[in-house]
Design a protein around this ligand. Structure first.
Ligand code: ATP
Length: 423
């Protein structure tokens, strides 16, 4: 329908990017469930057509009441979102207007058309993402492959489109790693050399030091990091980023040495057990551990630039002092109830970060607290005290706390024993 609408207007419509790549990578087209489709419209002969993408999207939205339309940028891109369908999930359809010059004559001329979509594809990151399929006549269904993307898909290689690509946009390094690991591809050797060159040139560090890192760039870098750190392939991806020295794009003090690598894996194991529904955002804890190796002043700055949530900023700031503090305090006590008192005011993510920062003995205590002690309850509650004839008041808390301590220390085991002690 969108293609017909575009054709009717005299425009050309293409499906581009990830959807084409994923379709070509599969042998059974019927089984591909595309959830994110990028379309590009071009072939204009009137400057008024600059909003073509938006126009197409609004026409479609009028036909389907169950989708939402949003427009980004200067009328260039429109997105349609079909909400969660129980069977197919949700669908994003992005319709971009190709940023090309306007031609004084109808762009049905294939040469003009080709040069315009070619330009659009040339701005993309990798050859495998720079493929397009024409959806409008003439030759609808034809694959446009200007940069050898099909060969690279067959050779399972991530290849960049031009030498300066990574200097222009460091997020592409993270994207290269993401695609390589996710698709089980290799980063093509020349592309890897460009990545290493871009990092060694120190360009990112210079930008950071001059505070010239554009907010849009940091936002995209964070999005790519999040994508990687929350994917099920986060371990090989992080290792590959480290092998390429690409964690330096964040800050020159970020690396994945044995200690940090162990800390991240340990925290992830704990989180899998303690927060199976991923309410905390495990990717964020991994990132916090990475960032916490930077000196205190600069780590805060980086966390702010990355617009991490307030709790993350606070954690990153206090993690070292909190670790020494908790370590010192725990050493002073033998009784479980006393150790419990040292830990109960902290939340899981704080204790996680402290645990991976401390020695084995302290880590064990924190683990016991999180898995056992924090689940212990006082054998009596306020209602029980009331039933026993005690008047509600501030003493209730004292009594209940005391009962909890005695339970933690194994001195009372049942409700009856608790009642005897209270009486
Ligand atoms: P995924 O399946 O992971 O979503 P995708 O290829 O659809 O993969 P997107 O991040 O949705 O990835 O980007 C859509 C398209 O936009 C890409 O295929 C690529 O052509 C282009 N693109 C995205 N980010 C960049 C970038 N930093 N530089 C150049 N082109 C990019």
């Amino acid at each position: 329908e969108i293609a017909q609408e575009a054709e009717h207007k005299g425009w050309h419509l293409y499906i581009v990017g990830g959807a084409v790549r994923d379709l070509l990578l599969t042998r059974n087209y019927e089984k591909v469930l595309l959830q994110d489709i990028d379309l590009v419209v071009d072939g204009f002969h009137r400057s008024a057509d600059v909003g073509a993408g938006v126009e197409l999207a609004s026409t479609i939205q009028k036909k389907y009441s169950n989708c939402r339309l949003s427009v980004h940028g200067e009328f260039q891109t429109a997105a349609l979102l079909w909400h969660k369908d129980p069977e197919f999930g949700s669908l994003w359809l992005d319709i971009a207007t190709s940023r090309t010059e306007f031609y004084p004559y109808p762009a049905a001329n294939p040469e003009v058309e080709a040069s315009s979509i070619r330009q659009d594809l040339y701005r993309r990151d990798f050859t495998i993402n720079a493929l397009a399929v024409r959806l409008t006549p003439p030759r609808e269904g034809e694959l446009l492959d200007f940069f050898g993307g099909l060969l690279d898909l067959k050779a399972k290689e991530v290849r960049v489109l031009h030498a300066n690509s990574f200097i222009e946009d460091p997020t592409r390094i993270y994207r290269a790693v993401r695609f390589a690991v996710r698709l089980k591809f290799e980063i093509e050797p020349q592309t890897e050399a460009y990545i290493r060159y871009a990092i060694e040139s120190g360009i990112y560090e210079k930008l950071r030091l001059k505070n010239h890192v554009a907010p849009a760039l940091t936002t995209r870098l964070k999005a790519e990091l999040k994508y990687i750190l929350e994917a099920n392939y986060w371990k090989p991806a992080l290792q590959l980023l480290s092998e390429l020295d690409a964690l330096k794009c964040l800050h020159n003090q970020v690396s994945l040495d044995d200690k940090i690598w162990w800390q991240i894996r340990c925290a992830s194991r704990w989180l899998k057990y303690l927060d199976p529904d991923n309410k905390i955002g495990h990717w964020l804890i991994r990132l916090e551990i990475l960032i916490s190796q930077i000196n205190i002043k600069e780590r805060k700055q980086l966390a702010q630039n990355l617009q991490l949530p307030k709790e993350s900023l606070e954690r990153i700031e206090i993690v070292n002092t909190l670790s020494s503090e908790i370590q010192e305090n725990l050493k002073k006590y033998d009784k479980t109830s006393e150790k419990y008192k040292q830990l109960y005011r902290y939340k899981l993510p704080d204790l996680m970060l402290v645990a991976v920062n401390c020695n084995k003995k302290i880590r064990r205590i924190i683990w016991q607290y999180l898995t056992q002690w924090s689940k212990v309850e006082s054998p009596l509650n306020g209602n029980d005290l009331k039933r026993m004839g005690y008047k509600p008041g501030p003493k209730y808390k004292m009594v209940l706390d005391r009962l909890l301590s005695l339970t933690l220390d194994g001195e009372i085991q049942s409700k009856e024993e608790a009642e005897i002690i209270v009486r």
